[in-house]
Design a protein around this ligand. Structure first.
Ligand SMILES: Nc1ncnc2c1ncn2[C@@H]1O[C@H](COP(=O)(O)OP(=O)(O)O)[C@@H](O)[C@H]1O
Ligand SMILES: CC(=O)N[C@@H](CCC(=O)OP(=O)(O)O)C(=O)O
Length: 260
């Protein structure tokens, strides 16, 4: 039997609200090892950009990342956010190791090619992008890796990669060795049938019901790439994918994704 591995992803809605972030990290610290945390921070990055007079631009849930934006998101994701999370986890007794994709060459990406949209310095991931063997070694050493949304191309260029994509790719890369449960945690109770009703959590979504929910516009915005990443992870052997509230991890209300 494969050992269990839990991977949690948190996004900007939680990271930006310090009490919620600290409470999530406390709950995360109580989860047994091996475990991994992946964080985004898109909301705070957009706010910081606006304060500095750079207009944030998103297309299909991905940030258009010019040179000035890359500089800022590198400081914000790989610097401030990653290190604050690592320091908080250390204070809760978790031996966290903060990494970008460049550290140990753990995630190598390819700059997104220009088609209808030029995304700039945005990195896409492929099957070979994540070094699951190195992550396994970190876990064996008793470390808890904390990934940010910055990757590299191996030629010296840093790239901005969607954090949901990083979480799904890290999960896929470890699914041969571990029985992986991937938890997408955010500020709602799960995927909601009625956006204004936190009790209306859809308990199970299959690829068929996903298509229907999408057509009826019940699922939109950032939830679309999140669920597409989730189904892709299941297709590649990840055991379980859950969408849930960051402050009620493993609670009653949650959305479980299934292939059938
Ligand atoms: N049916 C739905 N249920 C819950 N959230 C939804 C739904 N449809 C769209 N969303 C949106 O998806 C967002 C989550 O995706 P995203 O903004 O990428 O979050 P994160 O930064 O946590 O990854 C929610 O904040 C919400 O605005
Ligand atoms: C290319 C791209 O879109 N990168 C994302 C990375 C951060 C992220 O994914 O943050 P959340 O998880 O909080 O949304 C961005 O800059 O917004």
């Amino acid at each position: 039997m494969k050992p269990e591995l839990k991977i949690f992803k948190i996004g900007g809605g939680i990271i930006d609200h310090e009490p919620d972030l600290l409470e999530f990290l406390r709950l995360f610290s109580e989860i047994s090892r091996p475990k991994i945390l992946v964080h985004g921070g898109g909301k705070g990055a957009s706010e910081m950009m606006s304060r500095l007079g750079i207009a944030p631009r998103m297309v299909s849930g991905r940030r258009i990342t010019d040179a000035a934006t890359l500089e800022l998101v590198t400081m914000y994701y790989a610097g401030k956010t990653n290190k604050q999370i690592v320091a908080a986890l250390q204070s809760y007794g978790v031996n966290a190791l903060g990494v970008s994709g460049a550290d140990g060459n753990v995630i190598r990406a390819v700059k997104r090619s220009v088609r209808e949209v030029d995304y700039g310095f945005v990195g896409d991931l492929s099957e070979a992008s994540v070094d699951g063997g190195l992550i396994h070694q970190f876990l064996t050493l008793g470390l808890t890796p904390v990934f940010c949304a910055i990757t590299h191309d191996g030629q010296g260029q840093l790239l901005n990669t969607n954090a949901d994509t990083i979480a799904a790719s890290v999960a896929k890369s470890l699914s041969q060795q571990y029985s992986v449960a991937l938890h997408f945690c955010f500020e709602k109770n799960g995927v909601l049938a009625d956006f204004n009703d936190e009790q209306s959590v859809i308990s199970k979504i299959t690829p068929e019901s996903y298509d229907e929910l999408k057509a009826r516009k019940i699922i939109s915005d950032g939830m679309l790439p999140k669920l597409e990443n989730a189904f892709e992870a299941l297709h590649f052997g990840v055991k379980k994918v859950i969408v849930e509230h960051a402050l009620h991890i493993n609670g009653e209300l949650k959305t479980t994704l299934c292939l059938t």
